[in-house]
Design a protein around this ligand. Structure first.
Ligand code: BMP
Length: 227
């Protein structure tokens, strides 16, 4: 079974409840790179569901999408609550380095947790702040040297720019496929490593079929763009 460069976003109870998370993971684990668990799921379902997810991940990348944006000490305290259950956490970059990302990135190294930094977002409003400051967020990413960054599948030109600017070993994770309008594969063609897909999979009557269709579209897009 081929693993596709898809990260499934889980932003609330799935398949009718909190216990649906492990069912979705069991169903999709062999087809996708990993799972990104969002704040709505964690708040509604609790940390014990995240602990259960850890046991079921079996090699899949498990990300807590906490969208951290605070002073360093408080971000570290927040991550300490999930650090035993996930491989990576997501933080915003607009909070800056000193007293914020410098401290939390040091802590994450200690705990062996990957840091993923948002450098641009998929919604329209990202143009109002993030995209106007893209040079600064990219410079910050170079300084922090995270495992990965989030950049928008909805604006492949931004992904291309980020790809050119960062070292090739920094992963680019691109959300915005399906429900937000981007097509599977376009972000990969622009230089992303993984595409984050939530509702098109979790709200599908057949999540596995949805993953397979997205994977097919990704392959077709890559064939087209790589020739
Ligand atoms: P969906 O495919 O249902 O639109 O979900 C997208 C996921 O990616 C959500 O979990 C959302 O929080 C996340 N995301 C996003 O949509 N845009 C961003 O810029 C950053 C994100 O993390």
């Amino acid at each position: 079974m081929k693993v596709s460069p898809i990260i499934v976003a889980i932003d609330g109870p799935v398949l009718g409840g909190c216990q649906g998370l492990v069912k979705v993971m069991d169903n999709l684990r062999d087809e996708v790179i990993g799972f990104k668990i969002g704040i709505p799921f964690i708040m509604q379902c609790g940390l014990e569901r995240l602990a259960a997810a850890r046991l079921r991940a079996k090699g899949s990348l498990l990300i807590a999408d906490l969208k951290l944006a605070d002073i360093g000490d408080i971000m570290a305290r927040t991550v300490s609550l999930v650090k035993d259950y996930v491989d990576a956490v997501i933080a915003h970059s607009f909070i800056g380095y000193r007293g914020a990302l410098d401290e939390v990135s040091e802590k994450l190294k200690e705990w062996n947790i990957k840091l993923i930094l948002v450098v641009s977002m998929s919604h329209e409003g990202s143009r109002e702040f993030y995209d106007r400051n893209l040079d600064a967020t990219i410079d910050l990413a170079k300084k922090v040297n995270p495992w990965g960054v989030v950049a928008p599948a909805t604006r492949p030109d931004v992904i291309s720019l980020v790809r050119r600017a960062l070292d090739s070993d920094v992963k680019i994770l691109a959300p915005g496929i399906g429900a937000q309008g981007a097509r599977p594969g376009d972000a990969l063609c622009a230089g992303a490593d993984y595409e984050i897909v939530g509702r098109s999979i979790t709200e599908s009557p057949d999540p596995r079929k949805a993953v397979e269709l997205i994977a097919l579209e990704q392959e077709e897009a890559l064939r087209r763009c790589r020739g």
